[in-house]
Design a protein around this ligand. Structure first.
Ligand code: ADP
Ligand code: MG
Length: 388
């Protein structure tokens, strides 16, 4: 019994002079929720379509459950795809749309049956089995009451559910979803995220999900493969990608708030303002280093080592975003809690941050550096934890 393990080995896709995929390798575990995340045009849809068998790769291999599927057409790969555009047939009811993959599959079965009466008997049994299956799937997606409607009589979210139901009904080993939520409004998108995760858990199937929305990828996936310019630049858990981004570009792409980036010379003994109270914990040979600090890791503290003045406050309800001009005239943004007294423009402000949350990248290549940015001063009198 196949199980939905997918492996891409050094897959290339060229369109004339354009290289859409530049040697993609990825393992997708059975039953996982894996997301291809990246900006528009990086090759996500191409990758998905190659897995589905909707277009050929120029080089490399796709393996499904260990088997090279090069010779298999889309219909033979037993994977189902859901598109952003839903692709429902407008003249059919929801029931007919969902039933369609079953009906198409059975036409092949009928053609293979030798005797007419056997054909009729099995056709009746099959039709009954299909009706049951369609009802089950409709109930799973909570669209039972919509089965007799046409797609034009459905809302965006309901169309999406019908499209998902149609993909599920064949019981595929893997489920491929290409930006399925991007046509929905914000509230519905958030709700459908939860529903898809729930569906993944209940079906236990492999999900390969494509999105350019990092928040979607972070909140839904077991594994994220970040793609840029036709390559997978990092793959790992959402947490690993957020906490240890492999490059400055990836760090800037993930996270709800734009990353603060401050470039400093790396070889001088002392760091310039606003980092004069900090040092790198190892000697660096890079010319310049870019320090990446997420707005949400800056913690306001009276004894903070990063000092500045508030230039602007954007109040967002649950949080506020402060634009702060630090010593040395570097401007950064910080997310502040709103449950305490709100800062005002002109206020002085100081921040601390955990050294693990300061990402260091090479100034020219953008590659992540192992070094850490640590406070220069010895443990201060106020520190009472165990001395390490
Ligand atoms: P994404 O889904 O990440 O937005 P795509 O996989 O659709 O990206 O496209 C990747 C690259 O391949 C893009 O530069 C796109 O213009 C190019 N591309 C995709 N399909 C074709 C095609 N049929 N002919 C030529 N170029 C294509
Ligand atoms: Mg796409």
């Amino acid at each position: 019994m196949s199980s939905g393990r997918i492996e891409l080995k050094d897959v290339y896709r060229r369109y004339g002079a354009t290289t859409a995929l530049n040697g993609i390798s990825l393992r997708i575990a059975e039953g996982s929720f894996t997301t291809l995340l990246g900006p528009s045009g990086c090759g996500k849809s191409t990758t998905l379509r190659i897995i589905a068998g909707l277009e050929p790769q120029s080089a490399g291999q796709v393996l499904i459950d260990g088997r090279d599927v090069a010779g298999l057409r889309a219909a033979e790969r037993n994977v189902a795809m859901v598109f952003q555009s839903y692709a429902l047939y407008p003249h059919m009811t929801v029931r007919q749309n969902i039933n369609l993959p079953l009906a198409m599959r059975n036409m092949n079965v009928w053609q293979r049956l030798p005797l007419m009466d056997r054909l009729l008997a099995s056709a009746r049994d099959l039709a009954a089995a299909h009706r049951t299956k369609v009802r089950e799937i409709a109930s799973l997606l909570d669209i039972e009451t919509l089965l007799d409607r046409k797609p034009s009589q459905l809302s965006g979210g309901q169309k999406q559910r019908a499209a998902v139901a149609r993909a599920l009904v064949r019981d595929p080993v893997a489920f491929l979803l290409d930006e399925p939520l991007s046509n929905l409004d914000v509230k519905l998108r958030l709700q459908m995220r939860g529903e898809l995760v729930d569906l993944h858990q209940r079906t236990g199937r492999t999900f390969v999900y494509v999105t350019h929305d990092q928040a979607e990828a972070m909140s839904m996936s077991d594994q994220i493969a970040v793609m840029m310019d036709g390559s997978i630049v990092q793959s790992g858990t959402p947490r690993a990608i957020y906490e240890r981004p492999a490059t400055r570009e990836i760090a800037a792409f993930v996270g709800d708030h734009p990353l603060n980036l401050v470039e400093v010379p790396a070889r001088s003994r002392e760091l310039p303002e606003p980092f004069t109270s900090f040092a790198f914990d190892t000697r660096l040979t890079n010319d310049t280093v870019v320090i990446g600090l997420r707005p949400e890791v800056l913690v306001p503290a009276d004894d903070g080592l990063l000092a500045g003045r508030v230039a602007r406050i954007e109040y967002l309800g649950s949080e506020a975003v402060a634009t702060v001009v630090l010593a040395g005239d570097r401007t950064i943004r910080a997310v502040l809690p709103t449950h305490s007294v709100l800062r005002q423009p002109g206020d002085e402000i100081r921040f601390n941050f955990d050294s693990d949350h300061a990402h260091l990248f090479d100034g020219s290549t953008g590659a992540r550096l192992k070094a850490r940015l640590v406070p220069r001063s010895p443990l201060r009198a106020t520190a009472t934890g165990p001395v390490s």
